[in-house]
Ligand binder design. Structure first.
Ligand SMILES: C[S@@+](CC[C@H](N)C(=O)[O-])C[C@H]1O[C@@H](n2cnc3c(N)ncnc32)[C@H](O)[C@@H]1O
Length: 317
């Protein structure tokens, strides 16, 4: 098994995107559609990881994965928002050479990402399947059950910070409703070591640069695709404390400085000066508050690995 199965049509995605444009609130899945967006994301990601950590071999994933696998049983590794699957590849390879049985399920809304993931894992001799589906789609539970029916347990993994970009309460409840007794939920997040103002300011300054260091051009791609000129406004960032998960929550908006009229899907959309379109959200978590958030959603912490600003938290129902 090594194929991509699509449960979303281009028309469904397009309709949702146009609705988001009208709402001025672009779901983060639209940042990763199409070749420019896929390539652009990984070019930027390498730069950011280089900047913050001086590069990474992603060995933290190798450390965690073997603590969850059990010899002589088959585990499903379900990568939620798998992207090109490059950052978990080494951990999977290592676990395989140490004699564990794994079925890999890559889940992503972006067909471009799934094609890259399939290519990337081509030489990994394990069962693999790639599902193009929204992880909060009502059909997800049933489709993932079908893809993992041969497995004894399942690891639902948010690798590479994907948790930080999505609606927190929706994802926690969705995961609660999908997980079975033996399954694990693995969240890989960026953490802040403490809650003091100086640390918060340092983190604020790091993300504030994204509005002018080239990152903003990648976030702008969805608007560019519908004919909005980049020069018709500017990118800006807002920060709020999201107390429920203990996160500094950074939101990136494109603010129009001039009137722009575009025609999409047979409709005319008027963007007026000072209107904002939300394009991206990023969160940096306080570990204890995040753990408590999952505890209140009736997940038990079974393992944690903290290395500098990287936090791995593993829960079971
Ligand atoms: C921050 S990227 C991380 C990709 C990969 N895990 C990595 O670290 O390289 C987030 C990924 O999640 C996917 N994604 C976003 N929203 C999604 C959703 N609702 N359902 C499934 N995938 C989604 C995006 O297409 C993108 O590939």
């Amino acid at each position: 098994m090594n194929k991509i199965i699509s449960y979303i049509s281009d028309t469904e995605l397009e309709n949702e995107f146009y609705r988001d444009v009208r709402d001025r609130y672009i779901d983060q899945k639209f940042l990763y559609q199409g070749e420019d967006s896929v390539d652009g994301y990984y070019n930027l990601e390498h730069e950011h990881v280089e900047e913050v950590e001086g590069g990474s071999d992603y060995s933290e994933y190798t450390k965690v994965i073997e603590k969850l696998l059990v010899k002589n049983t088959r585990s499903a590794f379900i990568s939620l928002g798998c992207g090109n699957a490059s950052i978990e590849k080494n951990a999977l390879k290592q676990a395989l050479s140490n004699g564990y049985s794994i079925t890999y399920v890559g889940v992503d809304t972006s067909l471009g990402m799934l094609e890259e993931a399939k290519k990337n894992l081509e030489d990994l001799p394990i069962d693999k399947v790639f599902l193009q589906i929204d992880m909060i789609d009502d059909r997800f539970k049933e489709k993932i059950a079908a893809a993992t029916q041969e497995c004894d347990n399942r690891i639902f993994a948010f690798i590479g910070g994907t948790l930080a970009n999505v609606n927190q309460t929706n994802i926690a409840d969705s995961m609660y409703n999908i997980l079975e007794k033996n399954d694990y939920l693995w969240v890989d997040v960026r953490i802040r070591p403490d809650t003091n103002m100086e640390t918060n300011m340092k983190i604020f300054n790091r993300y504030e640069r994204y509005v002018y260091d080239g990152t903003e051009r990648w976030w702008f791609i969805p608007l560019e695709k519908i004919g909005v000129p980049f020069t018709s406004g500017k990118m800006n960032m807002k920060m709020v404390y999201e107390h429920s998960v203990g996160a500094l929550h950074f939101m990136f908006y494109f603010t129009f400085t001039e009137k722009v009229v575009v025609h999409v899907d047979g409709n005319t959309i008027h963007f007026l000066p000072n209107e904002e379109v939300k394009l991206q959200t990023i969160r940096v978590y306080h570990p204890e508050t995040l753990k408590n958030f999952f505890k209140e959603h009736e997940f038990n912490l079974v393992l944690q690995e903290i290395d500098g600003e990287d936090g791995q938290f593993i829960f079971k129902k």
